[in-house]
Design a binder for this molecule. Structure first.
Ligand code: ZN
Length: 288
């Protein structure tokens, strides 16, 4: 019986410019966002690379736990709204199509593929995943954090989804009531305010809050602790909890909210000729 070896991530990794993969401690694979000069704003390129990195980590037979971390002051400022990437140029991931279609069709397909589809895919990776979070997590940033199984954050971490100011219901992977509880979810969405680490812990939205300087070591210690357990047991435990939230209607709720989200995009297009209400920028800026 030969020992499992870590796969060479070279095939996709040699082209990665926005993420990095390493195995910092035994049995723990770590994916790091490396676009700190843009506060790790997510363009389609980053999301595609991130998906490839999750595939590498999932198939790495030496790895039992996957950590998602980020370089720089902030974990992620959300989606890169300047992104003009052509999804048809990226590797095929899901089953959506007609990305370039007119009307609501193309944009809905793009968001179904790159936002909801990827989040749901990462949520179901058959290994425990841990988000290691510092600084700001804004809107689409939550869509990287919430699909992970556990969340360790530093004391300076804040979590917000202010996009109701843009005339939409919230970001596309609408799991807010499940992650924050219905009451706090409405507070976050109605006010757009940022939830601090202590408040997030109080509401069970994160698992651990640690000093900023200890974030990496505390995350890896937790990952190593978990990684002592057999992978199949971990996988079955994860699947059992995931099945439970699905029994509570999670997937149907996400799809229902996604439909409403695209009513909002279509409404804004008819009214403002834009996907969002342009006044939202000033509303958010004036409250910052
Ligand atoms: Zn959208």
């Amino acid at each position: 019986m030969t020992e499992p070896t870590s796969p060479d991530p070279t095939p996709p990794a040699h082209t990665w410019t926005r993420v990095r993969y390493d195995v910092p401690v035994d049995r723990v694979g770590r994916i790091t966002l490396t676009r700190s000069e843009a506060a790790n704003a997510q363009d389609y390129q980053m999301l595609s690379e991130l998906n490839e990195a999750f595939d590498v980590a999932a198939r790495d037979e030496t790895v039992r736990v996957i950590v998602l971390a980020a370089e720089g002051k902030h974990f992620s400022s959300g989606h890169d709204l300047r992104d003009q990437s052509d999804i048809d140029e990226l590797p095929t991931i899901g089953t959506q199509c007609h990305f370039g279609a007119d009307g609501a069709e193309g944009y809905m397909a793009r968001e179904a593929e790159m936002y909801v589809g990827l989040c749901w895919r990462w949520r179901n990776i058959a290994k425990p995943t841990i988000a290691s979070v510092q600084g700001k997590v804004i809107a689409g940033g939550l869509m990287l954090v919430w699909p992970m199984d556990l969340i360790v954050c530093s004391e300076d971490a804040t979590f917000s989804d202010p996009v109701v100011a843009f005339g939409v219901n919230g970001h596309e992977y609408f799991v807010h009531p499940y992650e924050a509880g219905a009451r706090l979810a409405k507070d976050m969405l109605f006010t757009g305010r940022a939830i601090g680490a202590a408040e997030a812990l109080q509401h069970g939205m994160v698992n651990r809050v640690v000093p900023r300087d200890d974030l990496e070591t505390e995350t890896l210690a937790l990952a190593s602790h978990i990684a002592k357990r057999p992978l199949f047991g971990l996988t079955l435990a994860k699947q059992s909890v995931n099945n439970s939230t699905e029994a509570m209607g999670l997937y149907t709720a996400i799809q229902s909210a996604f439909g409403l989200h695209h009513v909002a995009h279509s409404h804004n297009r008819l009214k403002f000729d834009m996907l969002v209400d342009p006044e939202g920028i000033d509303v958010i800026r004036n409250e910052a």
